[in-house]
Design a protein around this ligand. Sequence first.
Ligand code: DC
Length: 345
Amino acid sequence: MAVRAIRGATTADSNTREDIFNAAQELISDIIKANGLDTADITDIIFTVTPDITAVFPAAAVRGMGITDVPLLDMAAPDIDNALKMCIRVMMHINTELANSGLKHIYLKGARSLRPDIVNRKKISVAIDGPAGAGKSSVAKQAAVDMGYVYIDTGAMYRTVGVYGLENGIDVISSPADVVPELDKIKIDIKYEDGVQRMYLNGRDVSSRIRENDASMAASAVATVGEVRRRLVDMQREMAKAGGVVMDGRDIGSVVLPDAELKIYLTASVHERAMRRWREYNEKGIECDFEALKRDVEERDRNDMSRAESPLVQVEDAVLLDSSDMIYDEVVAAVKSMIQNAENR
Ligand code: DC
């Protein structure tokens, strides 16, 4: 949790109590809605008004909305030549788990002209699919942060179900469907702390546990079970509802978000993916055999591409991005530029 500031502004239609009330209330309720806030998240609200607003304080309008225990303040904006008239500006501080880039600042009516960069930007849904080891999650995460999008790692959800199975005596590898009768006991919460997705299994932070090798194997096994997929896909669609998300996985463009405005199929050759893993292990001082890593990559591809339920496919409307001969920064830049283009279509 951090205290962060949200900005906004609007204009009143006239210098009357009614028009100032309407403008201030619309501004505050749009900020609350767009950022999914509860009034308990608000720590204070500061308004400034241009000198032509004299009929009432905007803070009175906020109290009129039933927000009574938040400190409020009105101040006079400087009298600047040619400045926007009848303008109400606001700074709202909130307690939030969102990073600055995830906050939505709101500019309404005449004040839209103050921030064309924000107002005219249409945030879209971005689906990134591809085989294991292609760098999807690090690329998707970086592109999302840079573009002010929320990153959703769907693999982490399958991993969390896999970890539940491992910890509860279910033989997930040979009988993954045995998790189905337990699904109602599995509560998955996804929280964002400083923009980083953290996974909670029945209230416990399992963000590190799900990255262990047995969790990868368990995830891959439970991901073949139709009922598991249906539950997780429902959660994923709910999370993507408001737009402004970059979601990565295997079935995002095909099943989860078939209407995503941008679909990317991010891949790299088997050789290159095995090589990246080899370098990673080497840097950590872990000994490994390149040919064995290559066989692992091929095996995971076979699993993901040949399963009956939502196999990994490159859908027709996905852009193919082969990163075999690209460095990480080039891949992130390519994804960001695709998002920008799709926002402007
Ligand atoms: O991307 P990852 O390695 O964290 O995914 C873990 C497993 O979950 C992987 O074997 C494929 C599966 N998965 C899936 O079937 N569908 C998704 N949308 C995401 C992951």
